[in-house]
Design a protein around this ligand. Sequence first.
Ligand SMILES: [Cu+2]
Length: 190
Amino acid sequence: MGGGAARRVAVAALAVAVLVGVASAAVYEVGDKAGWTVMGNPNYAAWASSKKFHVNDVVVFTYNKQFHNVVAASKADYKNCDASKPIATWSTGNDSVVLKTAGHHYFLCGFPGHCAAGQKVDIRIAASSDAPSAAPTPEPAAGGGSKPSSGATAAPAPHPNAAPQALPAGSSVAATVAASLLSLAAAVLA
Ligand SMILES: [Cu+2]
């Protein structure tokens, strides 16, 4: 009933908030190493279905801005490859888009013929995806991973026993911080 209990609750809440933040703020490179292009006909449907997107995840479109752009489109416009009524357009060649809502996010390239050639992606966030997953499914191996800076992978749920070195680049620091907070919370609650 005293301040101790309140403090325990506060620490636990903080730890949970940090964990949720870590779990939901993954960054994904669209098309992985291929990037956002028509060269080599990347399979963006397969790419999207290989990820488990959450609200507030970030997708990064990397491309040559002379030849491509990024258009957020309605479902109908996505289907018809109609870039004339964009919800939003990005054209810097290195665009980070925060996925703020659950449901479908439709993107296509507005350059003539590119969408029809397959440069379009439907990124879906499941309605129940706000909660961090306790057991994330492992990433399917997508190539050799010779470029550590690309191919961002989902931040795995922090696990105290997991060796940080084994985690993908970029997520190890966050996971370590989260794991430390978990330990802290466990110690306070003990
Ligand atoms: Cu294009």
